[in-house]
Design a protein around this ligand. Structure first.
Ligand SMILES: *Cc1c(COP(=O)(O)O)cnc(C)c1O
Length: 400
């Protein structure tokens, strides 16, 4: 049998390997000059005029962001049910309560109508998730936030590079934006993340809290003129700093983000072209085709496919193709369901989506031949199973 095609694969070149080796030889492993450089370059990628604070995961970054805006016990933070548990767990870290709203059935992003309806006197903030790499309706969300005096922290784990009205996510008018550099994300350092904010107060708090609540970080301490042993603890902070080894990877990955994005976009367009006549709904496309980061390519199997989502995934695996599901929505996980008494009927769109979605392999090292094999496996599975069906209007209308 030909080689297994994984769902995702990081794209690490000689440049990254060289940079890591140099860092290992440099004598500085933890947060230091490479991390400073990574932060500078990341801010520059976003056009400057912003603070970029490297952390050891997006989960850590989201935690620091909700801490920095002052979320605490009794507060409510609104997010979407259709996300990874990290988005909501950080709200619980602060002793606050997440309030889950349903998704827009087309984009799988937070439904602004549901958001407005979920606001109570306890609501303090909103965490939209740019699902799959497509931006939420940030005009609507920011408008609600301004009218109701709420903070906005974007979970941008999928959104490098994503744009909204030609502006990169990370430069929109929100309080903070958090990116993930987890192994499967569009920029991968294994583990890592970045908190981006134009608010100097938030930046200062995140910088202090990511390293034990110490008022100066180790690099500053060991390179400034003051004696290295002099520092002050101003809060019971966390241990969320990014290592220079990871940052060395990040610096090289960041140089390739545009090229990676172009490849992801080509792969997405090839899927669109090859799958549009099958009994499935293709992922939505923004009006500007370059606006989508294409972290994920998520199809929805129609009933007429004649095969369940789980059977489809099993058959793909048997034919040597890895897939995934993003996500089992949070209201179906025991902790969230039982803690907040959540029922599937409260989230009809997320529940319905969950039963039909499959994330297809999409990664920059995927060759056209790899993708052709994925496509032919899909066609052969659905060719055997499907009943008469009509091509979904949205697929036919796809301008590809
Ligand atoms: C990956 C991911 C996270 C967490 O990122 P880590 O860097 O692994 O902590 C948070 N939210 C979403 C939507 C994600 O996909």
């Amino acid at each position: 049998m030909s080689e297994f095609i994984p769902f995702a694969l990081p794209d690490i070149g000689e440049e990254e390997i060289q940079a890591v080796v140099e860092t290992l030889r440099s004598g500085w492993l933890t947060t230091g000059p490479r991390t400073k450089e990574f932060e500078r370059e990341f801010a520059a990628f976003l056009g400057g005029h912003t603070h970029a604070l490297a952390v050891n995961s997006a989960t850590a970054g989201l935690h620091l962001a909700v801490e920095a805006i002052g979320i605490g016990p009794g507060d409510e933070v609104i997010t979407t049910a259709h996300t990874f548990t990290a988005t909501a767990e950080v709200i619980r870290y602060m002793g606050a309560d997440p309030v889950f709203v349903d998704i827009d059935p087309q984009t799988f992003c937070m439904d602004p109508g549901g958001l407005e309806a979920a606001i109570t006197p306890r609501t303090k903030a909103i965490i939209p998730v740019h699902y799959g790499g497509m931006c939420c309706d940030m005009d609507a969300i920011n408008d609600i936030a301004r009218r109701r005096n709420l903070k906005v922290i974007e979970d941008a784990a999928h959104a490098l590079p994503t744009t909204w009205n030609d502006q990169l996510v990370g430069t929109l008018d929100t309080d903070a934006t958090v990116f993930s550099f987890y192994a499967t994300k569009t920029l991968a350092t294994g583990e890592g993340g970045m908190v981006v904010t134009r608010n100097a107060e938030i930046a200062k708090r995140v910088a202090v809290m990511r390293l034990h609540g110490i008022s100066k970080d180790a690099f500053d301490r060991f390179t400034s003129r003051k004696p290295a042993w002099q520092y002050e603890v101003v809060a019971p902070g966390f241990k969320y700093n990014l290592t220079d080894v990871a940052s060395a990877l990040g610096i090289e990955q960041l140089k390739k983000v545009r090229r990676f994005h172009a490849r992801r976009r080509t792969l997405a367009e090839r899927y669109d072209e090859a799958l549009r006549d099958l009994p499935m709904i293709l992922p939505p496309r923004p009006a500007d085709p370059g606006a989508h980061a294409w972290h994920l390519y998520v199809i929805q199997l129609l009933d007429s496919a004649g095969i369940s989502r789980d059977e489809f995934i099993d058959e793909m695996a048997a034919a040597g193709v890895g897939t995934s599901v993003h996500y089992t929505p949070l209201h179906l996980h025991p902790y969230w369901r039982d803690t907040y008494g959540l029922r599937p009927e409260q989230f009809p769109h997320a529940t319905r989506a969950f039963n039909r979605i499959v994330s297809l392999p999409l990664y920059t090292r995927m060759t056209d031949a790899d993708q052709d094999r994925v496509i032919s496996v899909i066609r052969s599975i659905l060719g055997r199973s499907h009943r008469a069906f009509e091509v979904p209007a949205e697929n036919a209308a796809a301008g590809v």
